[in-house]
Design a protein around this ligand. Sequence first.
Ligand SMILES: [Zn+2]
Length: 430
Amino acid sequence: MRKILMIFMSALFSVSAHAASLINDTETEKVLMELVEPIGSAADVPDGRLKVHIINSDDFNAFVMGGEDIYVYTGLLTQIKSPSALQAVIAHEMGHTIGGHMAQMSSRMEAELKRAMLIQALGVGLMVAGGNPSLGAGVLAGSSGVAQQSMLAFTRDEERIADDMGLKLLVKAKLDPNGFVQVLEQMGEMTSVLESKVNPNRINHPLTSERLNNVKTQIKNIDSDYVASNAPTKKQEEEFKLIQAKLIGYLDSPDRVSSLYPNSDKSDAAIYARAIALMQAGKLEDARVGTQALISKNPGNPYFYELLGDIDYQLGRYDDSVEAYEKSLSLQSGAPQIETALALVLTERNKPGDKARAIELCKRSLLSQPAPLTYWVLARAYEDGRADWARAEYYHMIGDKKNSVKYARLARKNLKKDTPEYIKAGDLIK
Ligand SMILES: [Zn+2]
């Protein structure tokens, strides 16, 4: 088993090593979605159209494409001080969209950016699913460039308009406008050394201090009876701390994890970050102890069971892993990544009925979030011509046209005509 995954990983890791990748994680996506939804509604984004994408990059950055696709960098997520500050960033970026400042981003650029990024799952630690390797290097090098450029390319006026618009959106959404002050102050601290050397009259990009003053003035003008009734709740703040801990546990070095979350810190977030870091370091039994502690304190949290499922899977305890993932799924609905993880373990365990359940889970997962890894697992679960179709879909998603066509042809040879998979395989040959 390990062997199969190792091959799978090395094939993709060689591509993703240099590449900025998108991260899939049900917990992170759900927490962020809940935070940005009020801003989407305030900006009149139709229900169900808003999407959050997480970019694995240390940059303190975010941008919005087409008014509906929000891209947030892990560097921003892990460093920003509160969910209200994050909402201010997103409102500002929405402001650029509404102000029409993104016009220079052609739709072609947008499509390329989307295609070029590799998708990587947190969870199960070793799940890596591909984007488009052939597009990879070139565009990816450019992909953070695109965002970078767009951020820097805004003029002073555009930044001011985006700030003003962002504040209006926050107020309309009944959120906390002071998040704006908080994030600008944080940005000020991050750039103060640089900015102290800049002559404001010689640059077109506004200084953070200038933006801060403008925002503070605007906030003073908000009605005195304004109540931020939609501001993040205590529960949302706790959830936000947990996703910060999760991202840091997965993405940062063990040293950084122990400096941010020393053993003396007994908060759930700290235990979570340390357990994940231990798992990543292969100290699975220790990781399990921390995870069990989290579960006994929070028996209703689906993501602690997800982590337990990941750890038990890597320990080779398939029965325990299946039980933990099933429990996780019973505590929430719509968790495509956990459905795929469970399906993977089931195809591995392969008791009677496991493959049928794995197929059912993959189908459900694909309905809400098509991902290469899910097709890969589905191909292992099917034992007839549909396996070749699923493999063709997998290669299609990672941009390997040659193998996609090869397996689609194989599928059509072995499948009955007019079955759904036969027809879908036909679409991949065109
Ligand atoms: Zn801006």
